[in-house]
Design a protein around this ligand. Structure first.
Ligand code: SF4
Length: 71
């Protein structure tokens, strides 16, 4: 069984928003028109694989997705 020190959380941030919330301190950008979403998804995949390789034996306890939600 994993100890509390083996558990960690992940935050996945999508930095493209339809508009910028006035209180937002995140690294987010108003997107105007199309952008290469597939390239960002592939970047996330590589980053997750890299961080997993640096975290042997540790378990993800929570995953939070944020950003990119305002209409
Ligand atoms: S949706 Fe989230 S990330 Fe985007 S501007 Fe608003 S608070 Fe910031």
């Amino acid at each position: 069984m994993a100890s509390a020190n083996d558990l960690f959380g992940i935050y996945v941030h999508w930095p493209f928003c339809a508009s910028k919330c006035p209180y937002c301190d995140f690294n987010s950008h108003v997107h105007r028109g199309a952008f290469d979403e597939d390239a960002f998804v592939e970047g996330y995949r590589r980053e997750i694989a890299h961080m997993a390789s640096l975290s042997p034996g540790r378990l993800v306890q929570s995953i939070f997705f944020g950003g990119g939600t305002r209409r």
